[in-house]
Design a protein around this ligand. Sequence first.
Ligand SMILES: Nc1nc2c(ncn2[C@@H]2O[C@H](COP(=O)(O)OP(=O)(O)OP(=O)(O)O)[C@@H](O)[C@H]2O)c(=O)[nH]1
Ligand SMILES: [Mg+2]
Length: 432
Amino acid sequence: MIPVVIAALHTTETDEEFEHMIRELESLCEACDLEVADVVTQSLPHPDNATWLGSGKAEELVYHIRATDAGYVVCLSNLSPAQMKNLQKITGIPVWDRTNLILEIFSRRARTREARLQVETAYLQYLLPRLSGMWQHLGRQSGGGGSRANKGIGEKQIELDRRQISRRITELRKELAGIEKTRDVQRRGRSRDGFARVALVGYTNAGKSSLMNRLLEMSGPGPEKTGDRKVFEKDMLFATLDTSIRKITLPGRKSFLLSDTVGFIENIPHDLIKAFRSTLSEVEYADVLLIVMDSSDPHHRMHRQVTEDTLKSLDVKDIPRIYVYNKADIRDGDLTVENIPGSDTVYISARTGYGIEDLTDRLFEIFREGSRKISILIPYSEGRVLNRIHKEAEILREEHRAEGTYVEAICPAALANSLLQADGDPDGPDEI
Ligand SMILES: Nc1nc2c(ncn2[C@@H]2O[C@H](COP(=O)(O)OP(=O)(O)OP(=O)(O)O)[C@@H](O)[C@H]2O)c(=O)[nH]1
Ligand SMILES: [Mg+2]
């Protein structure tokens, strides 16, 4: 692991907030395989325009770097291009701000082609205003940062000039648009299957993937199959980067599609969220959002706010939500919180299974709230449509007529929409 020194500037936040921000940055370093060797703090009424920390503190930082043989300085906030350049000149080693660190984690964690292209786009966008002399003066590499394999994506990009970068961004956007188109086609295919779509969203490390795995365990078809379908969960920030979609079939319930995706974090630049838009598109098209929070974390209120703000920046507004307070098993205070039926706030533990049934009860209530009563005449040649209605809807009346099967049924919103949309026939389905 490469040793790093954290530089933290304390301005207007409370001591408690400042401490919390440092802890979070340490976790981010850990998620990036960096070892925090030292933390240098400075209090100023506002950041110094030239060096962020102030020139005296920046000089002091050099001693800490030498003493720990640090390969990078990691800053607590986001720096202006000029502040970054100046601090790099003084320290002689690469300086990362918070966004740069998050981009590094993303670049290491991205698995699918789409995620990799998104990270590269976001990185190049971040790099453009910082190009002038950003790495040129770095005469030496200290610590473990010497070999090319250990270098960050930033240093590897040094050879590219601004024009090449702009050209590359255009190429990447084109390729991403193509991937998005394919995703759209897949999504339309899935919506023709009529399953309700549920998306897990929330702050990173809240337990979204664990909740998905818990629901998979409760879902068919058998434990061997469940193993392959499980998603990666870990006590680490940004464990999940790619979107996974799984069909959940709980005993006696209609199947629904559940998506798990990248978590949110405070102070993430708008461009970075935009770069992840296509990964997050499952959220935009969901019928219900499960906003997952770590209820044992004293900052869960702030996490909820960050999640709501991020959703707003993605233009996600009117989708029904359930606020899922996870990790109830390690929560301080009243451990025996009773869930109130019909409430949009549900306490659960993905680990022990506490409250999961309350959550699924509420989820199915919401599905029913959006459901519609329709009548449809299905030609005998369309057995597939009839099968689907049997699987997903509540049948009120069924008659075998000369032209086909006449059905009156209460359909979940997703199925009703797809039947009504697919219908071009005046004798086809009607809402009743
Ligand atoms: N005690 C306790 N721990 C939990 C619970 N749910 C999840 N965890 C732990 O919390 C950590 C994070 O869980 P994940 O499911 O990976 O969280 P996530 O929201 O998917 O996180 P990212 O993918 O990083 O955004 C893991 O170590 C889990 O074992 C719970 O109900 N109780
Ligand atoms: Mg996850």
